[in-house]
Design a protein around this ligand. Structure first.
Ligand code: CIR
Length: 269
């Protein structure tokens, strides 16, 4: 058994979530395994929100947007760094309007809002640590978007690093998450690219790749339920693991990270 290690926390004061729309049945997906059930999705989502709130953070649930079936995945149209929101440009045409729809809420909740001027970037391709913002080049995030994001991120005090995401992966964070400032949970195939050099990497167990889209939010690591060997690995490494159901979200290629926009306000407001 691995010795318990000291794992530094990642702290957030706030999160924005968006209630799933009934139209989530029309959500994008790479492989059709049936539509999510909106009632069951709402139940899953409510449990997710409750779990975030239980960490002491202030969690606001925005109203559902029926015109955007994938808008429950609120991580994709924006990023918040140092309390400042950046509206992104989701790469899927059906999601392009989500950033504009979210913008007034970002104005209300954040210290400022900067609009990404061009290109395409999905928040699901952005993994932030204390020191750097890694951005995966994917089918949803292009070089023009990353080039436009770079000066914005640098002005906010972070380094931006472009990472090539293997083409079979939807988003960079579909297969990775930050567990603490030095540690990443990743699938073996993403870890094998070497993109996490300098970080401690914990790999998902074989057959449990979907567990890689976890969320470290204050004390716990939220892990998608049904991945017992990965949960055990994390527990043995000293993390508090809380499992959450994601069956409905998974039917439209969603996981845990995409259902919240997590941030900290410098003054705790
Ligand atoms: C999409 O294809 O855009 C949605 N059905 C799923 C988005 C998941 N987002 C994420 O992992 N950040």
């Amino acid at each position: 058994m691995t010795a318990l290690m000291e794992n530094r926390s990642i702290s957030f004061t706030h999160a924005l979530c968006r209630a799933p729309a009934g139209s989530v049945t029309d959500g994008l997906r790479a492989v059709d395994q049936g539509d999510p059930d909106p009632v069951a999705f709402a139940r899953e989502h409510a449990a997710y929100v409750a779990a975030l709130r239980a960490t002491g953070a202030s969690v606001t649930v925005l109203p559902a947007l029926e015109e955007f079936p994938d808008s429950v995945f609120i991580e994709d149209p924006a990023l918040v760094l140092n309390g400042v929101a950046i509206t992104l440009r989701p790469g899927a045409p059906s999601r392009a309007g989500e950033a504009a729809a979210l913008r007034p809420d970002l104005v209300r909740h954040c210290a400022g809002v900067i609009d990404l001027p061009e290109g395409a970037v999905d928040g699901g391709d952005i993994l932030c640590s204390d020191s750097e913002v890694m951005v995966g080049l994917s089918a949803r995030t292009d070089r023009a978007g990353i080039a436009a994001l770079r000066p914005i991120v640098e002005d906010l005090g972070y380094r931006l690093r472009l990472v090539e995401t293997p083409p079979e992966i939807l988003h960079f964070k579909t297969e990775s998450s930050l567990l603490d400032p030095e540690t990443v949970l990743a699938t073996p195939r993403l870890a094998a690219t070497g993109c996490f050099a300098g970080y401690r990497v914990i790999e998902t167990a074989e057959g449990e790749e979907a567990a890689a889209n976890a969320v470290r939010f204050n004390a716990p690591v939220f892990l998608s339920a049904g991945h017992p060997r990965t949960a055990e690995r994390l527990a043995q490494t000293g993390y508090e693991v809380v499992e959450l159901e994601t069956m409905q979200a998974a039917l439209v290629d969603g996981g845990l990270s995409c259902m919240s926009l997590r941030y900290s306000m410098p003054d705790g407001q």
